[in-house]
Design a protein around this ligand. Structure first.
Ligand code: GAL
Length: 358
């Protein structure tokens, strides 16, 4: 009898341990914390990116710590430190300054936390496991080709006046945006079909700190008053939409946007609502649409792979060298958008409603 009781007790213990294990496991997967560190709320896209990530990750059962750093690197560092303290398993980071996170990410790595670089590459660290982004070089190529096509440069037309307004020096994407566009346009600058009257052609000279609209406007105001009192600008290569808006304001206050003095060809990137409205109004020529829903999906898949101990799917293992390692990357395709296709790309796909663009 004693033996029987002992066997029953042992069985009960085993059952209860297995039971505990099972509960613990489901608690575990429920409570996996994922940090999402976004650069700023001041641009529409990052708000969308952050909210998309949060929604998708929560639907998958993760606990999400979402923070925006108002373009201040110190805030981003302390927000990431907090995520580490809270026990995040994976942290997704869209860096403000891609080279300023080495120390904080080293401590994340020591704690066994995986880092996914979101949209912008994180430099000088081996603590970053994956990078998910759009094909940034192609973004630049799309913008450069647009200017080439619209001005008829490949047919030998010109000379035309071009100015260049790109992004901040601390965003590694700019190397690709600027590089992709200049690989199309440089030959026309060299042969005189394009003239940059300000002579500000390098990435440094054409930079816009923090992608700030006002900075872009002030720089373009200056260029216009110094170099375009007698002549007009035919095209401005703007690397993204906030820069494009700043340039548009400068041009408008210099009298552009009328039938005698039409707006130059202006590029952009992100298909932000204000810029799609500007495209509809004829103030901006085009933008590059990066479907942030697809990027968020991809990153959420990467998180799943990491959490389940598998390798994440990548499609580029060559391009993104961060100075310490080539970061395995997944590149999505950016799409050209202008007046002719915005309805199909942005409204029919459910990215925006028609009302948002009124
Ligand atoms: C870039 C990003 C662009 C644009 C810009 C401004 O890094 O790839 O899509 O949003 O930052 O924040």
């Amino acid at each position: 009898m004693k033996r029987f009781i002992a066997i029953v007790l042992t069985m009960l213990m085993v059952i209860s341990m297995v039971g505990c294990g099972a509960t613990e496991k489901s608690n575990d997967s429920d409570s996996v914390i994922v940090g999402v560190s976004m650069p700023t709320k001041s641009l529409q896209r990052w708000n969308q990116d952050g909210e998309n990530m949060k929604k998708i990750l929560e639907e998958k059962g993760y606990q999400v710590e979402l923070e925006f750093a108002e373009n201040k690197t110190e805030s981003q560092i302390s927000q990431i430190e907090n995520m580490i303290t809270k026990g995040a398993k994976v942290i997704v980071v869209a860096a403000i300054d891609g080279s300023a996170l080495t120390n904080v990410l080293d401590s994340a790595k020591e704690d066994g936390i995986d880092i996914i670089a979101y949209d912008r590459l994180i430099m000088n660290t081996d603590a970053v496991s994956y990078y998910a982004t759009f094909d940034n070089y192609n973004v630049g190529t799309i913008q450069g080709k647009y200017i080439e096509d619209k001005l008829g440069l490949s047919e030998g037309k010109g000379p035309f006046n071009l100015e260049i307004a790109t992004g901040p020096l601390d965003d590694n994407n700019v190397v690709f945006f600027y590089g992709g566009a200049m690989d199309v346009l440089q030959k026309y600058i060299d042969n005189g079909q394009l003239v940059v009257k300000s002579s500000q052609t390098t990435r440094e000279q054409a930079a816009t700190p923090n992608w700030d609209e006002q900075e872009a406007q002030a720089r373009m105001d200056n260029i216009i008053t110094t170099h375009y009192t007698d002549e007009k600008i035919d095209a401005v290569l703007c690397s993204n939409d906030s820069v494009s808006l700043g340039v548009q304001s400068a041009l408008k206050s210099a009298g552009y946007g009328t039938s005698e003095k039409p707006m130059p060809i202006l590029t952009g990137q992100d298909a932000n609502i204000s810029n799609v409205k500007a495209i509809i109004a004829g103030d901006q020529s085009m933008s590059v649409f990066k479907d942030t829903r697809a990027l968020a999906d991809k990153v959420a898949e990467m998180v799943d792979s990491i959490v389940s101990g598998k390798e994440a799917e990548v499609n580029d293992t060559e391009t993104y060298d961060n100075g310490v390692k080539v970061v395995p990357s997944y590149l999505l395709e950016p799409k050209f958008v202008d007046e002719s296709n915005y309805k199909e790309l942005l409204i029919d796909s459910g990215y925006y409603t028609e009302d948002q663009l009124q």
